[in-house]
Design a protein around this ligand. Structure first.
Ligand code: MLT
Length: 396
């Protein structure tokens, strides 16, 4: 047996595991200190009441022979039509038409983002922005693919555009972006769609944070003309509706997508039938309730809560004269480390002196060096306290 030696080319630990183990080591040494976590993008608000009620009903369904469910419907890759139709209705509200067969329900965006790679040859060239959500990079390195980086920097507002003369086969776009919080406008996404069509490439569009958009910006790649010829969209209920622990997401694969004469949706269905048995019934029913009128109102209240946290962090940084972006249409605030510090240096200092933990920008790629990410997903109380500590430490 030979192991996959590509694993030797990724960092020993996943970024958020490294942050968690540094935090655990600190807490072991300083057991009395209450550290506030503004690092991993994990939610803190309880699920919306309408979601809880739907999941209770689903549990009850499983308790009775007449309503009991085993495997989900084979026809839709184990997605229940209640959920698929709710997803389609939600797209329709954005002016996007999606067919039932194009929606693939999963246990979350991260799994789909990795699993989709089964469909593509190893010698495809991958293009990601730098800084970038590390899961895209690690998953492709594990598969032995070549990765090109598009610089996301202060000059381009952390929104790189395609470069002439650079060819890629698979392009990752996350908008609103993790980690920078930057959001493409229609012209920006159109430039990527045109490029992908020209290069016969596929865009993997990560829309996990679309519910944080309040300005007039695209929430789906399919709002852009031509995207059905070159993009799949990966979505999640994690940040939209607090499902990080519940697990449910979906991917839209247009039936117009064909490469080398092969329909991508067919391939994905075939892959899922072999390696996946569907998301659980209970989360699927909870997720369907998210896109009801009541659900939409309730989840919007949670999102407004997090966005208020982002505003609190932004006000704090403004008062300290620290440059930052994001936070407006995104739960992430991307800031320049004060006094020219390096990302991990600032991480250690913030942890030690303010007992606040964030995520070092350099963990997201070379282009993130000197930057730092804070999340708005904590409680308001902890966000305010973290800001008070950061201010006290930086003014000292
Ligand atoms: C993050 O902190 O970047 C996110 O929690 C990552 C994820 O959703 O997997």
């Amino acid at each position: 047996m030979k192991i996959n030696t590509n694993f030797a080319n990724i960092a020993e630990n996943y970024l958020f595991s490294t942050v968690a183990s540094k935090l655990a080591a600190y807490q072991k040494e300083h057991p009395g200190r209450q550290v506030i976590k503004l690092s991993v993008g994990d939610v803190t608000r309880p699920l919306a009441p309408v979601v809880i009620a739907a999941m209770h009903r689903a549990v009850e369904d499983l308790a009775h022979a007449e309503t009991f469910k085993g495997y989900g419907p084979d026809r839709y890759c184990y997605g229940y039509t209640e959920l698929i139709d709710a997803i389609r209705a939600n797209y329709a509200r954005k002016g996007v038409e999606v067919k039932r067969e194009e929606v693939f329900v999963s246990d979350g965006a991260k799994s789909d983002l990795g699993n989709l790679l089964d469909l593509f040859a190893q010698d495809n060239v991958v293009l990601v922005p730098d800084p970038v959500y590390p899961a895209y990079v690690d998953a492709n390195i594990m598969a032995g693919r070549k990765i090109l980086y598009a610089d996301a920097n202060l000059g381009n507002g952390f929104l790189p555009l395609p470069e002439a003369g650079v060819h890629a086969d698979l392009i990752y776009i996350c908008s609103p972006n993790n980690p920078t919080g930057a959001v493409y406008d229609r012209a920006g996404l159109k430039a990527w769609v045109d490029y992908a069509i020209r290069e016969h490439a596929l865009i993997l569009f990560d829309a996990a944070y679309e519910y944080f958009i309040s300005d007039d910006l695209p929430r789906s790649i399919f709002e852009i003309e031509g995207a059905r010829e070159c993009a799949v969209e990966i979505c999640s209920f994690s940040k939209t509706a607090g499902f990080t622990g519940v697990r449910c997401g979906y991917t839209v694969v247009p039936d117009t997508l064909s490469f080398g004469g092969v329909l991508l949706g067919r391939m994905w269905a075939r892959r899922q039938a072999t390696k996946f048995n569907g998301a659980s019934y209970i989360p699927q029913m909870g997720a369907a309730a998210v896109f009801s009128e009541e659900g939409e109102r309730e989840i919007r209240a949670n999102i407004a809560y997090y966005k208020n946290n982002a505003r609190i962090i932004g006000d704090c940084l403004d008062a300290l004269g620290i440059w930052y972006t994001g936070g407006k249409n995104s739960p992430y605030i991307w800031l320049k480390c004060p006094n020219g510090k390096k990302s991990w240096e600032f991480f250690d200092e913030l942890l030690e002196k303010a007992n606040v933990v964030g995520t070092p920008g350099s963990g997201f790629g070379k282009g993130g060096e000197g930057f730092f990410r804070l999340t708005a997903f904590s409680t308001e109380e902890n966000t305010r306290e973290a800001c008070r500590r950061i201010t006290e430490y930086l003014k000292a």
